[in-house]
Design a protein around this ligand. Structure first.
Ligand code: ADP
Ligand code: ZN
Length: 219
């Protein structure tokens, strides 16, 4: 199964991708994580992406598409993937479709996790993430048991450099201008599923899984 997760920054794509990969035994590919890893290692790719990420802009398609397409052809992706943060504009979606077509595969579903703008801002400003396993926490709504430490793996929690008010605003702007058109793109081919993204993490996972099952039966 090949699934694309769509949603604004802060919609919970990372959290839900984590839950879904376990439930459905798929590989989780997060373009933002790939960039942050490259940045952490100081590779050429990381250096290329850095300035864009800091400003909340999209990294150019040329760089992003190459990186993700390379990643999804590795053996651990053969059984299926959940893409989180990619595609983020129509050009990326088309490149993805073409690459999968060459492997006689294709995207099965695009799950749009819908969250109001006020809620997105609230979530992003208090976000802390585990350096080791990327699990997200929130100062107010889901604080870790021990301050600064991941509940799941004990890793150190940090705040992303782009989770500051100014960059958050820019990222939301980019989402509505560039990524929102993908909702229409996937709806045209009847792959779109819209899920209400407010509520508890477990409720939202359950909504996504039951929507996927319902849609899968109709196929
Ligand atoms: P969020 O969805 O919360 O903004 P991500 O971790 O997905 O966070 O992305 C962080 C940053 O990485 C983006 O603001 C952008 O600069 C870059 N990035 C991630 N995915 C893409 C993509 N598909 N195309 C272009 N840039 C991307
Ligand atoms: Zn952790």
């Amino acid at each position: 199964m090949y699934i694309v997760l769509l949603g604004a920054p802060g919609a919970g794509k990372g959290t839900q991708a984590g839950a879904l990969t376990q439930e459905l035994k798929l590989a989780h590919i997060a373009s933002g994580d790939l960039f942050r890893q490259a940045l952490g290692k100081g590779t050429e790719l990381g250096l290329q992406a850095k300035a864009y990420m800091e400003k909340g802009q999209l990294v150019p398609n040329e760089i992003t598409i190459k990186m993700v397409l390379e990643r999804i052809t590795s053996p651990d992706c053969a059984a299926g993937i959940i893409l989180d943060g990619f595609p983020r504009n129509v050009e990326q979606a088309k490149a993805l479709d073409e690459a999968l077509k060459l492997q006689k595969k294709g995207i099965d579903y695009a799950v749009y996790i819908k969250v109001s703008e006020g809620e997105l801002l609230k979530r992003l400003t208090g976000r802390w993430i585990c350096r080791k396993c990327q699990a997200p926490f929130h100062e107010v709504s889901s604080p870790p048991k021990t301050k600064g430490k991941c509940d799941k793996c004990g890793g150190e929690l940090y705040q992303r450099a782009d989770d500051n008010t100014e960059t958050i605003k820019k990222r939301l702007e980019v989402f509505f201008a560039e990524t929102a058109p993908l909702i229409e793109y996937y709806s045209r081919t009847n792959k779109l599923m819209e899920v209400q993204g407010e509520g508890s993490m477990e409720d939202i996972s359950a909504r996504i899984i039951s929507a996927l099952r319902a849609k899968n039966q109709k196929k």
